[in-house]
Design a protein around this ligand. Structure first.
Ligand SMILES: CC(C)(COP(=O)(O)OP(=O)(O)OC[C@H]1O[C@@H](n2cnc3c(N)ncnc32)[C@H](O)[C@@H]1OP(=O)(O)O)[C@@H](O)C(=O)NCCC(=O)NCCS
Length: 198
């Protein structure tokens, strides 16, 4: 009985290993520019609070959409938002302003992708453009049954892309700890940050 179980278990493991490898091997790696998204919107009355500034929730909605399109471009799959890291609001954005969101995948893991979104606000009447928000989001590619599915790897090209790629592993570990999905002890990248202080 034990031997049969062992055989079945090994066979299952072998099948999943073969599936994993062929699935991963078949996926061509991509560059961040292939998933770059730019989205421009005008702040309309329905988007604003009583002070006539863009509402935070509306901004988060737009960030989520730009990020999802970027992750979908990278993976060519349906994606769901798994998490959104801290979003700070540094400047109010006035009614009538033009906002531009720029999104790109910074790193792909197994089924998840980290996407970085920047938001710029432009007041066309005084010709000013400022960076108002930055956010990191994680999207997971899923199949028709809603199960996570492998995504292509990402190969950074520019210096900025390489920095974002390197630091993505630390951000991933931090967010997985905060989500209760990783034990702090397992966060090797985060621990290495403090090794010099020992
Ligand atoms: C996101 C979701 C698909 C993960 O499913 P799961 O069964 O927990 O799958 P897994 O544990 O295998 O995790 C899959 C991936 O998600 C990542 N993930 C899961 N929760 C996460 C979180 N809170 N933050 C960041 N990444 C997360 C895992 O690290 C893993 O990444 P990897 O495959 O690259 O290693 C599932 O939780 C879900 O469907 N959530 C609801 C999503 C949703 O409705 N979003 C809003 C509307 S789009």
């Amino acid at each position: 009985m034990a031997r049969t179980f062992l055989k079945v278990f090994n066979f299952t493991q072998l099948c999943s290993a073969i599936f994993f490898n062929t699935n991963t091997m078949a996926l061509k790696q991509k560059s961040p520019k292939e998933s770059f998204v730019t989205m421009t919107e005008m702040v309309l009355p329905n988007d604003t609070n009583p002070l006539h500034n863009l509402m935070g929730g509306r901004m988060m909605h737009l960030i989520d959409i730009a990020g999802a399109i970027s992750a979908q471009r990278h993976s060519q799959r349906i994606v769901v938002t798994a998490s959104v890291d801290n979003i700070s609001f540094h400047h109010p954005i006035k009614l009538g302003s033009v906002i531009t969101l720029e999104a790109r995948v910074t790193r792909a893991f197994n089924s998840s992708m980290e996407v970085y979104v920047e938001v710029y606000a432009e007041d066309l009447s005084i010709d000013s453009k400022i960076l108002t928000n930055k956010a990191f989001l994680t999207f997971v590619a899923i199949d028709q049954a809603g199960n996570p599915i492998h995504v292509p790897g990402l190969v950074p090209e520019t210096e900025d892309e390489k920095k974002l790629y390197e630091s993505a592993l630390r951000r991933r570990q931090l967010r997985l700890i905060l989500a209760g999905r990783m034990k702090p002890d397992e966060a090797t990248e985060l621990k290495s940050l403090f090794e010099d202080l020992k």
